[in-house]
Design a protein around this ligand. Structure first.
Ligand SMILES: [Zn+2]
Ligand SMILES: [Zn+2]
Ligand SMILES: [Zn+2]
Length: 300
């Protein structure tokens, strides 16, 4: 991402770090239809009343600062521009402020590697699921021991939902986020997604441990990165992959709707670790085989 773009984004957050400016954006947002074409602008006096700012000089000053970049001035008054709407959406999701955490909540799920209990915690905007009995899927400083998945969810989604429901919902969301990325499209920005398969040729470690060479328990992981906005995700190459929707169905494996169980089932499949362009994944009982090319497309 170009530096000028990053600088502009940082600058925008600093610029909006003022309570009155945010109140103006919120007041404008509350007058808009929830979906569909935007309607009338709000007259200056109505807007000031909605915000409740008595000091007219101060109000004008801050409204003026917002106008052009976040707010549009028309003959009928003021309305939001898309960057203003996006700022309000970020605030409503709790992304910018209001950090909340919880730790070590049990969920009714078993680890695919050791059958241990899976727990979740929420920290730094990630719902992390982890095993209490083994090293899990990822070994990294920034995640707890035994980490199996880490899924970005905003604080607004966390509040008021029990850990078990969050855990199930997060994996459904994760799967749906992955689907367009496997198709090469970023839904955040419309950019192209670069798809690749990680391969650890020196993969080692007993079941329930992570490999010293690659830091994960799986020698083959899908890496999906948007070339425009930089959004990146790592997943099992079959989970969330639209080409693999029917995989395992004949064997009575969890359906594509049962996201966590499906994710866990795929972790028990054995991938090839050769340098070949196409990689086979095999069911634990040898009953089924799926071939993926290095763009993560299912070949057979
Ligand atoms: Zn485990
Ligand atoms: Zn490895
Ligand atoms: Zn993107």
């Amino acid at each position: 991402m170009p530096d000028s773009f990053t600088d502009a984004a940082e600058d925008a957050f600093a610029f909006l770090g003022d309570g009155l400016r945010l109140s103006i954006l919120r007041a404008l947002a509350s007058r808009e239809p929830r979906a569909g074409p935007r309607s009338d602008a709000i007259a200056y006096s109505d807007l000031r009343r909605a915000v409740g700012e008595r000091d007219s000089g101060k109000f004008s000053y801050h409204l003026d600062k917002l106008t052009g970049r976040f707010v549009e001035k028309t003959d009928g008054g003021y309305r939001l521009r898309e960057p203003g709407r996006e700022a309000v959406r970020l605030l409503d999701r709790g992304v910018v402020d209001g950090p909340i955490d919880f730790h070590a909540a049990p969920v009714g799920a078993r680890c695919p590697f050791c059958d241990g209990n899976v727990r979740v915690r929420y920290n730094d905007h990630h719902l992390v699921s982890y095993c209490t009995g083994c090293e899990g899927l990822f070994d990294a400083d920034e995640v707890p021991d035994g980490t199996l998945t880490g899924i970005v969810l905003p604080p607004a989604t966390i509040e008021g939902t029990d850990p078990e429901s969050l855990f199930r919902r997060a994996h459904r969301v994760f799967r749906r986020r992955l689907r367009p990325m496997f198709d090469g499209i970023c839904l955040e920005c419309g950019g192209d997604v670069e798809r690749s398969m990680r391969c650890c040729l020196d993969h080692g470690g007993a079941p329930g441990t992570t490999c010293d060479a690659c830091g994960t328990a799986s020698p083959r992981l899908a890496e999906l990165v948007c070339g425009t906005c930089g959004r990146g995700r790592v997943s099992h190459p079959l989970f969330g992959n639209p080409g693999a929707d029917d995989v395992g169905a004949a064997a009575g494996e969890p359906s594509e709707r049962d996201a966590w169980n499906r994710f866990a089932a795929f972790l028990t499949w054995t991938p090839e670790t050769t340098e070949a362009a196409a990689v086979a994944f095999e069911r634990p009982d040898g009953g089924e085989r799926v071939l993926l090319d290095d763009d993560l497309c299912v070949l057979e």
